[in-house]
Design a protein around this ligand. Structure first.
Ligand SMILES: Nc1ncnc2c1ncn2[C@@H]1O[C@H](COP(=O)(O)OP(=O)(O)OP(=O)(O)O)[C@@H](O)[C@H]1O
Ligand SMILES: [Mg+2]
Length: 343
């Protein structure tokens, strides 16, 4: 039995491939991503801008629009006490897809304002989400909306329900978005950089809120961020992404203590630490290459301080493999280490 088979998995993504057809050619924005989310846990997907985090999230809800398409792979959700659903095989506009979106899996988008309509009251919008997925009366939906606004820490929820999004501060608006995402008690919440637009104090409050609601409601969460500091605060497990592929997967504790992939090490080094008062933080050298001009060998090798000439810059992109110690990494250096420990 594999390590994953022993776990209670709520979502499995296998060999996901997403392409965009552009004037420059077909871009592989997500290329063979495989991971699973454990029930009741928080999995963080972390990586620099444009590495494919949002595209992965959008694929799970089947929200990839033309010129993009899911070009391969399987996404399966395992609802509690119900048969599994193969999301990738659902037809557009099928009832099941509507049930999955918002009912089973809910998402907080990177831009909070896109989730709220400026011309409808907060109450109308939350009640609409409830009525879409639950057979309750308008009065019951309103009661439920008031309870949920209270849970996310909005004072005087009865009065606030009658107000419009522009009457809320940025932090309060994000609380409303969280209330809307959780009001139907989804089994999975995908939070795509939900705190990036907020100032640091509010950011910490929102992270605490998501964590406490996740614990209370038992929701499984995919939390997308570019910041390993945020990962440390909120997640159980982490998947590190670079140029459309996962390069390392482990528990947060393992990654913070002993990162294996040089890219993960680079992300960790660029975190601000209180104890070291450096004028400038080290960042990963070089730029992320364009998807249309990928280097041969490991796509990270031009930026990698540990790159081995003749090993890392030749051949195919390294695949994710499990090391003898159980850790998952996709790195020519690690592959070499594995070969060395065999003898
Ligand atoms: N509609 C589109 N057409 C063409 N390319 C796209 C489209 N949407 C996304 N991409 C490309 O897919 C890649 C992954 O984008 P994605 O939005 O997933 O990045 P991300 O990791 O979420 O970045 P960020 O941290 O900036 O949000 C990028 O190279 C992006 O340019
Ligand atoms: Mg994004």
């Amino acid at each position: 039995m594999s390590q994953d088979e022993k776990k209670d998995i709520v979502l499995s993504v296998k060999d996901l491939k997403v392409t965009f057809t552009t004037e420059e050619g077909v871009l592989s924005a997500v290329d063979g991503v495989t991971f699973s989310l454990e029930r009741g846990k928080v999995l963080a997907i972390v990586g620099e801008s444009a590495c494919g985090k949002s595209v992965t999230a959008f694929s799970i809800l089947r929200l990839i629009q033309k010129p993009g398409q899911i070009a391969g792979g399987k996404i399966i959700v395992y609802p509690k006490n119900k048969p599994p659903i193969d999301i990738t095989s659902l037809t557009e506009k099928s009832d099941m897809l509507y049930q999955v979106r918002g009912g089973l899996i809910s998402m907080i988008f990177q831009e909070p304002m896109t989730a709220l309509s400026p011309v409808h009251t907060i109450g109308n919008q939350i009640c609409e989400a409830i009525l879409l997925h639950q057979s309750v009366t308008n009065k019951e939906a309103e009661k439920h909306a008031i309870e949920m606004l209270g849970k996310v820490g909005i004072p005087q929820p009865e009065r606030r329900l009658q107000q419009y999004p522009h009457e809320f501060s940025g932090g309060m608006r994000q609380r409303v978005v969280i209330a809307m995402a959780l009001v139907c008690q989804p089994e999975i919440l995908i939070a795509d950089e939900p705190t990036t637009a907020l100032d640091v104090t509010i950011q910490a409050q929102i992270l605490d809120l998501i964590k406490s609601l996740q614990r209370d409601l038992g929701t499984s969460v995919i939390f997308i961020t570019h910041d390993l500091g945020v990962v440390a605060q909120i997640a159980d497990d982490v998947a590190v992404m670079y140029l459309g592929r996962l390069v390392e997967q482990a528990s947060v504790r393992a990654v913070l203590k002993d990162p294996l992939h040089p890219y993960t090490t680079g992300l960790l080094k660029s975190l601000p630490r209180n104890e070291t008062k450096q004028a400038r933080l080290p960042s990963i050298t070089g730029n992320v290459p364009s998807l249309t001009h990928l280097p041969t060998g490991c796509p990270f090798h031009p930026r990698c301080p540990d790159s081995i000439p003749g090993v890392c810059d030749v051949g195919d992109n390294p695949v994710m493999e499990r090391l003898p110690n159980g850790r998952l990494v996709s790195c020519c250096g690690a592959r070499k280490f594995k070969e060395m420990t065999k003898t």
